[in-house]
Design a protein around this ligand. Structure first.
Ligand SMILES: Cc1cc2nc3c(=O)[nH]c(=O)nc-3n(C[C@H](O)[C@H](O)[C@H](O)COP(=O)(O)O)c2cc1C
Length: 175
């Protein structure tokens, strides 16, 4: 039996995540925010569409620098991931407040987060102003090769997260 479902909660049905941490830097200031509304739109070079609200402090840093890193955490970082989504770089230095270790990126000025299992160095190549969408090209990708099945976090809404678990292999024609 299916029930009528509130439209403002539909995102929780479709959203696949993984929840990521976006790092930015501009003019001596650095920030990190939690982000989950993103999607792949090209294989190579990898291109990602990413919604960043202009209410966020990160928006200004991303807008002005034209660069960011997408850092992909596993569930061990869950508390820090939520903390970065519940606070603003306008008020605190989240790297210090939540003990996140910064690493220098190779091609962009935004820092990478050491504790995350993967880091994508990105530059803004296009915008969809109406929806606050930044189109990001991945210039460089780093991944922890020791982690075979990363247990990433996937937001379901209202503070509920699905943690990636079992992996199965099927003959899919998709690369
Ligand atoms: C699980 C989760 C997912 C989020 N996804 C997004 C998102 O896709 N886009 C966005 O603009 N904000 C998103 N947020 C909200 C920002 O992380 C939040 O507004 C944060 O305080 C912004 O930090 P800043 O002001 O330092 O940039 C999300 C928050 C959480 C907890």
């Amino acid at each position: 039996m299916k029930r009528d479902f509130p439209l403002d909660e539909v995102y929780g049905l479709l959203e696949t995540g993984p929840v990521v941490l976006i790092t930015t830097a501009w003019n001596g200031t650095q920030d990190v925010m939690t982000q989950s509304w993103h999607m792949m739109i090209e294989f190579e070079p990898p291109v990602i569409a990413c919604v960043v609200s202009n209410a966020n402090y990160s928006f200004g840093l991303l807008d002005k620098s034209g660069e960011c890193a997408i850092n992909i955490p596993t569930f061990e970082l869950a508390d820090k991931v939520v903390a970065c989504g519940n606070s603003s770089g306008r008020d605190i230095d989240k790297f210090e407040a939540f003990s996140l270790k910064r690493e220098k990126a190779s091609l962009i000025s935004a820092p990478l987060i050491d504790e995350c299992y993967a880091n994508l160095e990105c530059r803004v190549i296009d915008r969809v102003q109406t929806y606050g969408i930044f189109i990001l090209e991945v210039l460089k990708a780093w991944v922890n090769q020791d982690l075979k099945a990363p247990r990433t976090m996937h937001h379901r809404g209202h503070g509920e997260f699905m943690i990636a678990g079992e992996t199965i292999r099927l003959p899919s024609k998709m690369k």
